[in-house]
Write a protein that binds this ligand. Structure first.
Ligand SMILES: Nc1ncnc2c1ncn2[C@@H]1O[C@H](COP(=O)(O)OP(=O)(O)O)[C@@H](O)[C@H]1O
Ligand SMILES: [Mg+2]
Length: 386
């Protein structure tokens, strides 16, 4: 199973590219499903077919699904949600507010991703294409399992032990209702799923991420940052799709300046994303809606290349051994050394870049060693352990 996630700024063409990729994969004979984690589902619009909450056949080898988020939340979070609600109400929050706060923002997307575990288990599809929400929320989404795991390890494992012993007394004292075992059961189950989803997303034999951009200044800078963060978290970006490029043969004085601007941006893109395969699509003279248009779009975009394949499998985190020393390499394109904060804490290496932080659990061999130096080398952060 190859999972392909498309993300990028709003309006760049994520849904169109996702739909076109899925269609092309199906045309090549892969059993494919395309889904969206974007709460603003628009696959139906792209295919010009109403797509529902269950996997729906769109043509030979092609299925589509717009996930019923409420159902996923109830299944995965229902018991925990009820507890959080009771907890908040016990603290004097009114019911409506408690209800609102008991689900975390961004959770809907996360629970759509948990569907992947089902697909993996049943091995139903060769290719899963996911039309994600805009970049920032996708990064939050992708880093969530790791943060959740960290939080649960530090907090709940201890919490459970304490709760068992002190619950009856503590409840009387603090008037805070403690979670029942079934809530802990639910949290544990979710925790296990989170670890599994994290492994699946970070396995570059399974999951690759593709950034969709337009040759526009702000779109490029946002994606540049996304590219860095995705690498930092250990995800593999295997392709860049530059969409809505003006065709060279345009003969229009009004647009000729835009041709020059785009040309300049295209050169910049080639430098910034050097090493990542780049695919381009022109801006067509109409919206790309419906299967015939999507098929044409995909053919022009990928040409002879097979979009179901992984275009690049370079892992963004590597460990090399040299003599008795280890070098940990993390790909952080476009980041200056001064912008990186490094800290070790127990078995973790904490990497900070602006307002994102990664807690990278170090392999055992590195836990007992000290950092001798950290340098940047091209797009890589190089940390030497002695
Ligand atoms: N290369 C293109 N040429 C013409 N129209 C396009 C192209 N790519 C996308 N569109 C149109 O632009 C609009 C936004 O695309 P969409 O895929 O929905 O973006 P996103 O999912 O990133 O918000 C849609 O109406 C789509 O049909
Ligand atoms: Mg969309």
């Amino acid at each position: 199973m190859h999972v392909i996630l498309y993300t990028g700024k709003g309006g760049v063409g994520k849904t169109t590219v996702s739909a076109a990729t899925a269609l092309r994969a199906a045309e090549l004979g892969y059993k494919t499903i395309v889904l969206s984690t974007d709460p603003a589902h628009s696959l139906s619009d792209a295919f010009a077919v109403q797509i529902g909450g269950e996997a729906q056949k769109l043509r030979n080898d092609l299925y589509g699904q717009e996930i019923d988020v409420r159902k996923e939340i109830t299944e995965n979070w229902g018991k925990i949600e009820s507890y959080v609600k009771v907890l908040l109400e016990s603290q004097g929050l009114d019911e409506l507010m408690a209800e609102e706060l008991a689900t975390l923002p961004g959770m809907d997307e996360l629970f759509s991703l948990l569907k992947l575990l089902e697909f993996k288990k049943t091995n139903n599809y060769d290719v899963v294409v996911i039309d994600c929400a805009p970049t920032a929320s996708t990064i939050r989404l992708l880093s969530f399992p790791e943060i959740f795991q960290w939080y649960m390890d530090k907090f709940f494992n201890i919490g459970r032990k304490i709760a068992k012993i002190v619950r009856p007394a503590a409840e009387k004292l603090t008037r805070i209702p403690f979670p029942k075992d079934e809530v802990y059961g639910s949290i544990e189950q979710l925790y296990t799923r989170m670890i599994k989803i994290k492994e699946l997303l970070m396995d570059n034999n399974v999951t690759t991420i593709r950034l969709v951009i337009n040759p526009e200044k702000m779109v490029i800078s946002e994606s540049q940052r996304a590219y860095t963060y995705l690498n930092m978290f250990g995800f593999t970006v295997d392709a860049l799709i530059v969409n809505k490029v003006y065709p060279q043969e345009i003969d229009n004085s009004y647009l000729s300046n835009w041709l020059e601007i785009q040309d300049k941006h295209m050169k910049h893109i080639a430098r910034v994303f050097h090493g990542t395969p780049i695919f381009k699509s022109i801006l067509y003279d109409r919206e790309m809606v419906g299967m015939p248009a999507l098929s044409k779009f995909a053919e022009a975009l990928f040409g002879k290349d097979d979009p179901a394949k992984c275009f690049s499998q370079e892992s963004p985190v590597r460990i090399n051994k040299k003599g008795d020393n280890f070098t940990l390499m993390i790909k952080l394109p476009g980041v200056k050394k001064e912008e990186i904060g490094l800290l070790t804490s127990g078995d973790e290496l904490i990497i900070k870049v602006q307002n994102f932080q990664r807690n990278l659990t170090l392999p055992r061999a590195l836990q007992t060693r000290k950092i001798k130096e950290a340098t940047t080398e091209g797009s890589w952060l190089k940390v030497i352990f002695v």
